[in-house]
Design a protein around this ligand. Sequence first.
Ligand SMILES: Nc1ncnc2c1ncn2[C@@H]1O[C@H](COP(=O)(O)OP(=O)(O)OP(=O)(O)O)[C@@H](O)[C@H]1O
Length: 234
Amino acid sequence: MILQVTDLSVRLGGSHILQGVSFDVAPTGVTALLGRNGVGKTTTLRAVLGEVPASGAVSYDGRPVLGRPTHKLVRDGLAYVPEDRCVFAGLTVAENLRLASRVPDPDFELVHDLFPELRERAGQRAGTLSGGQQQMVAIARVLLNPNRLLLVDEPTKGLAPAVVTAVAGVLERVASRVPILLVEQNLAVVRRLATDAVVLEAGRTAWHGRAADLLSDADATKSLLGVGSTAGRH
Ligand SMILES: Nc1ncnc2c1ncn2[C@@H]1O[C@H](COP(=O)(O)OP(=O)(O)OP(=O)(O)O)[C@@H](O)[C@H]1O
């Protein structure tokens, strides 16, 4: 397992947000982190990255990580694509990419292969890109550097259907090279990409197993995610 999360607990602003989250992420493929709004998916990613204080145990690539500084984890190949994308709006696409690269030989070949449009828009200010294009910049930024695991938070949120399909296609190609822990509300995207699934409920792991088993179980999908199991089926 590339990531093992055991009994993760987080308190923020006087609330006990995570109360015992446990799951593993396989070293290949996509593990979907699911659950209704506000159950603690983003907080789980941030706790793994050391951005919020947490107790319990997290092991990344066989080494304990809680308490290690975020920048060291990133240097060791744990990459984060946050939900709000965080591109530098006033800088060009090329400048955003240049700032993100932290190795002598960033993989521009991969990035330009996956995102030909970003090459065409190299001189455009990132703040003037569409939401989908900004998402592409956010994903491209982490791919410039060598990664062992990507944590990707709601990459398709707020995007038009055709753009959702494009982002999913990119993630599918990325997942053939590096494992992804993916927070995603769009079940069609989960169905297309995820090998495994973890469902949180009220700050705890409520379900963990093969994604196909969850999505084919109408009762589990409805009770855990609040949607019918055929949601997102094309
Ligand atoms: N810094 C904070 N201080 C206090 N409460 C917080 C803080 N960050 C998150 N929370 C709360 O923790 C809970 C879980 O938030 P989180 O963003 O992890 O949920 P989520 O599952 O990712 O939700 P969504 O699907 O809506 O993005 C929410 O009730 C949120 O309001």
